[in-house]
Design a protein around this ligand. Structure first.
Ligand code: TXA
Ligand code: MG
Length: 367
């Protein structure tokens, strides 16, 4: 299939030091949201092979992909997202043969891969020379994941290369969980968004550092410490995940993240005082509330209310959180108040995202 050439090219600008710098013109493409079929998958794979970016669905969140073995293509990811250069990218693969080509795989890593892939787990391993330095931000380890979304698998297979892909949002914004959210952030910067419907999980993969013992969860997610410990010994959470103020081991965890435009505050607990405080705050500003099903009548002062599911259903909260933060921005509220959960199991991953969306503004009440 012939790919139409993009209508604008690279721009050459002169930087502060008087040197020419090449930047990607952000109005370069007429971005299309494409329904998934053999034709659109082939078209997207061709773009990847030609060194362009393509957004695609995964079971966690949508990814912004480039050919992971092409350093020039990977550079475009950092430009399109406005992503700090010291934040490494995950390589997405669709079969285990690639694992050994990209990283040094010990017995435990292979066992985890066989048990938990395809799925929402990213393993950090020592990298092999095939992996370009830009992917690992010049580090000696690489993050590798085999997504379970069939469209992601078909795309990686068709492109016949590992796909480097961060979440397909502009850096700092909540990760996109559907094609429209990607379009809202990246319209004009990429040729294609493959539309695979809503991401089922809704928060990004669990990142586990398998390069040394004890194995360390660098970013919590759907798979928990307990899930990993079914298969390997000695798994711990990075200290920064359970305790505020610690410096995270993973570069990506130190940045401001997942933040909607409106000021966001989390309220955890079930006491009457919590609901009183939320309503008092909601009276002062145009407020959107993300709440649990059983509490939806408790926010008379809120202008907008979106229900994330029952408080007992952590997976439903994960599924809805990013999407509803973005939805509240569209509804132009001044602040978003979100009910939080105890930090247990998947709740650790969900609260990790919510804490970052709130810039640490989390109020704890009695339960
Ligand atoms: O679910 C996901 O993981 C999604 C989908 C698209 O696969 N991707 C994603 O990528 O969330 P990104 O770039 O938004 O987040 C990757 C995280 C960052 O926190 C990054 O610092 C960390 O993984 N990471 C990647 N490579 C690493 C490495 N070699 N060592 C430590 N952390 C790494
Ligand atoms: Mg991200």
């Amino acid at each position: 299939m012939r790919i139409k050439s993009p209508w604008l090219c690279w721009k050459i600008l002169i930087n502060k030091e008087g040197m020419p710098t090449k930047i990607l013109d952000h109005k370069r493409f007429a971005t299309k949201i494409k329904e998934v079929d053999d034709c659109s998958i082939q078209e997207a794979a061709k773009f990847l092979q030609q060194g362009e970016l393509v957004a695609f669905p995964t079971e966690t969140v949508y990814g912004l992909g480039a050919d992971g073995l092409n350093a020039e293509a990977v550079k475009k990811i950092f430009i399109a997202k406005g992503r700090p250069q010291d934040n490494p990218l995950i390589l997405h693969i669709h079969n285990l043969q690639w694992l050994g080509k990209l990283g040094y795989v010990a017995k435990d890593s292979l066992f985890l891969a066989e048990k938990l892939w395809p799925g929402p787990m990213t393993m950090v391993l020592y990298k092999k020379d095939l992996v370009p330095d830009i992917v690992t931000a010049n580090g000696d380890t690489v993050g590798i994941r085999m997504p379970s979304h069939p469209v992601a698998a078909r795309l990686i297979d068709a492109a016949d290369t590992p796909i480097a892909a961060p979440s397909a949002n502009v850096s700092g914004r909540p990760s996109p969980t559907n094609a429209q959210d990607v379009f809202d952030d990246l319209n004009g910067k990429i040729p294609i968004v493959l539309d695979g419907g809503d991401s089922s999980i809704g928060i990004e993969s669990t990142v586990i550092d398998m390069s040394q013992k004890p194995y360390t969860i660098l970013r919590p997610g759907y798979y928990t410490k307990e899930d990993f410990e079914l298969f390997v010994d000695e798994v711990q959470y990075d200290k920064s995940i359970l305790k505020e103020g610690e410096i995270p081991k993973s570069p990506g965890q130190k940045y401001k993240h997942y933040a909607p435009k409106a000021t966001t505050v989390a309220y955890v607990g079930t006491s009457d005082e919590k609901f009183q405080k939320m309503n008092q705050s909601a009276k002062r500003k145009r407020t959107g509330v993300l709440c649990f099903e059983e509490n939806k009548e408790k926010f008379p002062a809120a202008k907008e209310i979106l229900v994330m599911g029952k408080s007992s259903d952590v997976e439903s909260m994960a599924h809805h959180l990013f999407r509803y933060l973005r939805e509240m921005d569209k509804r132009q509220v001044d602040q978003i108040l979100v009910e939080g959960l105890p930090e247990k199991g998947i709740g650790i991953g969900v609260m990790n995202r919510l804490r970052k969306a709130c810039g640490g503004k989390v109020k704890i009440f009695e339960s």
